[in-house]
Design a protein around this ligand. Structure first.
Ligand code: AMP
Length: 461
């Protein structure tokens, strides 16, 4: 018999060295990132109301839904929104993918829509091409009430029409949307920042004015003066607002074409009886705008006013991106801001239809059968509630009356074997036994619902 091999012992020193050292687990941080939030079920009626209203209005005004990715190449935003803007300079979530692409979370929706317009050759479609979109956008801003790092926007864009009648129509859509949400008091501000031609002279004029006020401007505005002087006009700092009070105004320096465009827009707005004010300091924070710009402000009397949305023309954007020369106009509304305002003015959120029937079951066989019965009711448009996990009839009936249903269906062992169901009228307490085959018709009659509940499936915002 061969001698058993001597098992060599691992030297103690080595054992110590090779022992698995578990890395300490980073503690789970059980909260959302700063500036981001969960939208809980109790807030969903407001979101539903905005989703439903904007989808209905987009259809009524001939805007077709488009959804684009949350991520795009980062230079799409840098080139369209502008290198010198706050959004691009300070607020973009930019990173490099494993494949080496430089990408960014979209800080707004228009740039992606323009990219899609060019990519999918929408220029061959009858004009105007009207697109509607909604969804989250990302800006690494300093969070506060109504200002988030992830917020949602409702966005309308119309491509291929130069006529200011479209500017008026787009402002009308924004007005209708806000009004349809139950917000009655708000202010539309309009301005024209001209085209590349007239803006050049205006820009020079503005820079020389700003030079004379340089030491009264904030640090940001001093650097804005060089690369984005128009932005100095809407700086929120008090000292800057005072310093620019006497600054030349773009509407006094428009070329003939831009002046006529603006005058016609105002005439259309008058024709529509849309109240507006001309705000000569309104410039918007994105570089792509030309001619018409507008914003809509909430009308809270307590002093704190919020921008509910804004937009304008971007006649050169598609061309600058490499597409055909295509005039365009659009606007975006901030969903969270709309909800804040809806709550402030106590506007009614959407009330989803509630179940009018409760399905109770007793015993294991009935429990099994009730799953199928529930599905039958649903297929026939009868919205029912249940608590299949509960065994006691008493607790199920308690749930039914807490929900305020009109009818409770009771399926016990006997009924299951007989192919029947007990139908209990929760208001009178009267019960009757009916056959399963006739159940749907009987309930429909009882609820007097010829109109079957339609389940709307709305796409996630
Ligand atoms: P903008 O294109 O930047 O004017 O954004 C359009 C609208 O989105 C604004 O008028 C606001 O209602 C809303 N909005 C913009 N930034 C934020 C933010 N950081 N948090 C919440 N809402 C925002």
């Amino acid at each position: 018999m061969p001698k058993p091999k001597k098992i060599q012992k691992t030297p103690k020193k080595l054992v110590k060295k090779t022992r698995l050292v578990r890395p300490a687990l980073e503690p789970l941080v059980l909260r959302t990132l700063r500036g981001m939030k969960d939208i809980l079920p109790e807030d969903q009626p407001y979101w539903d109301q905005i989703r439903r209203t904007s989808e209905r209005l987009s259809r009524d005004w001939g805007f077709f839904r488009i959804d684009t990715p949350l991520l795009e190449f980062s230079n799409l935003f840098a080139r369209s929104i502008g290198e010198g803007t706050d959004i691009v300079e300070k607020e973009m979530y930019t990173f490099t993918t494993r494949g080496g692409d430089k990408v960014a979370l979209r800080p707004e929706l228009t740039a992606g829509n323009c990219r899609a317009y060019i990519q999918h050759g929408m220029n061959i479609l009858p004009k105007p091409v009207k697109l509607f979109s909604s969804g989250p956008v990302y800006r690494y801003d300093r969070p506060q009430e109504g200002r988030y790092r992830e917020h949602y926007q409702i966005n309308f864009d119309a491509f291929g029409e130069l006529d200011p009648i479209l500017d008026a129509q787009v402002i009308q859509v924004a007005h209708r949307l806000i009004q349809s949400l139950g917000i009655k008091t708000f202010q539309i501000q309009v301005n024209s920042i001209g085209c590349a031609d007239c803006r050049k002279d205006y820009r020079d004029l503005l820079i020389s004015y700003l030079e004379s006020k340089k030491n009264k401007l904030c640090q940001d505005c001093r650097s804005r003066m060089e690369n984005n002087p128009l932005r100095v006009l809407d700086c929120k700092e008090d000292k800057c607002a005072q310093a620019v009070a006497g600054a030349p105004q773009s509407i006094d320096h428009l070329c003939e074409e831009c002046r006529t465009h603006f005058r016609n827009l105002l005439e259309y707005l008058d024709e529509l009886d849309l109240p507006y004010i001309i705000n000569p300091r309104l410039v918007r924070g994105l570089d792509y705008y030309t001619k018409t710009v507008f914003e809509i402000w909430s009308g809270s009397e307590e002093g704190k006013k919020n921008a509910l949305g804004g937009g304008g023309r971007y006649d050169k954007l598609i061309k600058n991106m490499g597409g055909e020369d295509t005039p365009a106009i659009g606007f975006a509304l901030g969903v969270e801001r709309l909800i804040l305002e809806m709550k402030r003015v106590q506007a009614k959120p959407y009330r989803a239809p509630k179940p009018r029937v409760f399905l109770a079951q007793l015993g294991s066989l009935a429990k099994k059968k009730s799953l199928r019965l529930f599905s039958e009711l649903e297929k026939n448009g009868i919205m029912a509630a249940e608590s299949f996990g509960r065994g006691s009839l008493k607790s199920q009936l308690k749930s039914a009356s807490r929900l305020g249903v009109e009818i409770t269906l009771i399926l016990g062992q006997k009924e299951t074997l007989d192919g029947t169901v007990i139908v209990k009228n929760m208001i009178t307490g009267v019960q009757e036994t009916v056959s399963v085959e006739k159940l749907v018709d009987i309930i429909k009659k009882k609820l007097k619902t010829d109109s079957v509940v339609v389940h709307h499936i709305t796409q996630g915002m």
